[in-house]
Write a protein that binds this ligand. Structure first.
Ligand SMILES: Nc1ncnc2c1ncn2[C@@H]1O[C@H](COP(=O)(O)OP(=O)(O)OP(=O)(O)O)[C@@H](O)[C@H]1O
Ligand SMILES: [Mg+2]
Length: 463
């Protein structure tokens, strides 16, 4: 698969790169060739025009034949060209710089005839890497007093130009080769840089899936790949924490379940074996009954926590009056409060406090919080204050109990967290406030706990 990504990157980049290099070099070469051709053409035409001008001066008797020849020869010499001037009857008026005779191919002859008719013909076919002949030439009409009075022919040896062309092409080819080489190396390096971390991350993911421990991915870039590696490392850390939590939760659950079960089994076995005498049987059976009940509640709490956490719990919202609900809860809790010789005070600051919420869940919240207050208070009272808070309802549960150390308050909503050293018979599993917090969150409400050790605790909920 990674060979796949690597190969894909390399082939895509390389193809793209080579196509671009090819296009650029093709255009550069043809541009260079065209420029060279244009330059040569211009040189030939310029020389032709100058020759024509000299001829005019000669016909006007401004210069002598000797001067004419000297000028033309000088021009031919400087520009490295051979200039021929022919009369209309094709007899030669001037030939070459050293009087060299022309070797005229049939093509040149044809072009000469064209020039007699007034046309300028330029032949550049030899200006190429595989030229058959070694000259480029131009034939143009020699004009005097707007009359064609002959033909000017200029030959330019192209060996030098062709050598220049070859040299230029060689340079271009070398540059292309070096570019392709460096480009390929860069592409290979970039592709490795991109594909390697992905490969590493994927291999790590597979190993994590198998339950193996893997080291962090090294991050040496800040681009998307670096971000991916960072996220992966973070995810790995989260997974490790989650796994640790899972182990702790399983251990906690089994501990919480085992403790009451052990005492229930112990009591039943004691009764069956006759270790517990008849008079005491009822006492132990009622303890076993209470423990079994606690176990039932605990199981319900564990299921609630799991449901709330998985997000499968849906709110069943309705409008109701908080004052009525609070009255119900008050009656329900009264017995428990009396058992501990405490006082439960209900203060309704507002009447008809309307709420739109899941009534059963709000009831669960109230019972949990008041239950805690009762459970962790030995003497004094528990005060419930309800009021309207803008569009919301405010519930305060205050007790005069043992309180909670300040530094432990932030952990109270964690699963299985218990803040004091109450024995398991009195203390709970540490799930109540976790459930309360989840329900409050589902209603987009807030919950705050304030406490002083030895003085009491205040829980404020706004929903
Ligand atoms: N009113 C309170 N006064 C003192 N401590 C409290 C009070 N309410 C909660 N706590 C502390 O916070 C801890 C967590 O409370 P929570 O309701 O989540 O668990 P629990 O009461 O121990 O068990 P559970 O509610 O699951 O039966 C308690 O164990 C207790 O130490
Ligand atoms: Mg509780």
């Amino acid at each position: 698969m990674f060979k796949g990504i690597y190969l894909k990157l390399v082939t895509t980049y390389l193809t793209l790169f080579l196509v671009i290099v090819f296009i650029i070099s093709f255009f550069t070469t043809s541009l260079f060739y065209r420029e060279l051709k244009k330059q040569t053409e211009e040189d030939l035409v310029n020389a032709g025009v100058k020759t024509n001008a000299l001829m005019e001066r000669y016909y006007n008797n401004e210069i002598t034949k000797t001067e004419l020849t000297a000028w033309i020869n000088a021009m031919g010499y400087i520009s490295n060209i051979k200039i021929y001037i022919l009369n209309p009857d094709t007899s030669v008026l001037h030939q070459g710089d050293s009087g060299e005779a022309m070797t005229l191919t049939s093509k040149v002859r044809e072009d000469m005839v064209q020039s007699m008719k007034g046309e300028t013909v330029i032949d550049m076919t030899s200006l190429s890497l595989n030229a058959e002949s070694d000259v480029a030439y131009m034939t143009m009409p020699l004009t005097y007093n707007q009359q064609i009075s002959g033909v000017i022919m200029i030959f330019s040896p192209v060996t030098e130009i062709n050598t220049l062309l070859k040299e230029a092409l060689k340079t271009i080819a070398t540059v292309i080769l070096i570019t392709v080489l460096l480009g390929t190396l860069a592409i290979l390096k970039i592709s490795i840089n991109i594909s390697e971390p992905i490969k590493e991350i994927s291999e790590s993911a597979i190993r994590i899936g198998k339950g193996e421990e893997v080291p962090d991915i090294e991050i040496d870039s800040h681009d998307e790949i670096g971000m991916l590696a960072t996220s992966f490392n973070e995810m790995k850390k989260e997974l490790a924490v989650t796994e640790q939590m899972r182990k702790e939760i399983v251990a906690n659950i089994s501990h919480e379940l085992r403790t009451p079960l052990t005492s229930i089994i112990g009591f039943i076995k004691g009764i069956l074996d006759g270790v517990i005498n008849k008079e005491e049987e009822e006492k132990y059976l009622s303890i076993a009954y209470e423990e079994a009940n606690r176990l039932k509640d605990l199981t319900k709490d564990i299921v609630d926590v799991a449901k709330l956490e998985s997000g499968s719990t849906k709110l069943n919202e309705e409008s109701f009056i908080l004052n009525d609900l609070m009255q119900d809860v008050y009656v329900e809790m009264e017995e428990l409060v009396k058992e501990k010789n405490l006082k439960l005070i209900l203060e309704q600051k507002d009447e008809n406090i309307e709420m739109y919420a899941d009534k059963a869940k709000i009831r669960q919240v109230l019972i949990n919080v008041i239950n805690n207050a009762v459970k962790y208070t030995e003497k004094g009272h528990i005060k419930c204050i309800i009021s309207k808070e803008e569009e919301k309802a405010k519930i305060i549960v205050k007790d005069t109990g043992i309180g909670i150390q300040k530094d432990k308050i932030s952990y109270l909503f964690n699963k299985f967290y218990t803040a004091n050293d109450y024995g398991s018979a009195t203390g709970g599993a540490g799930l109540g406030l976790n459930i309360v917090k989840s329900i409050v969150d589902m209603h987009h409400g807030t919950i705050e706990i304030d406490s002083n050790v030895g003085k009491g605790t205040k829980v404020t909920i706004i929903i």
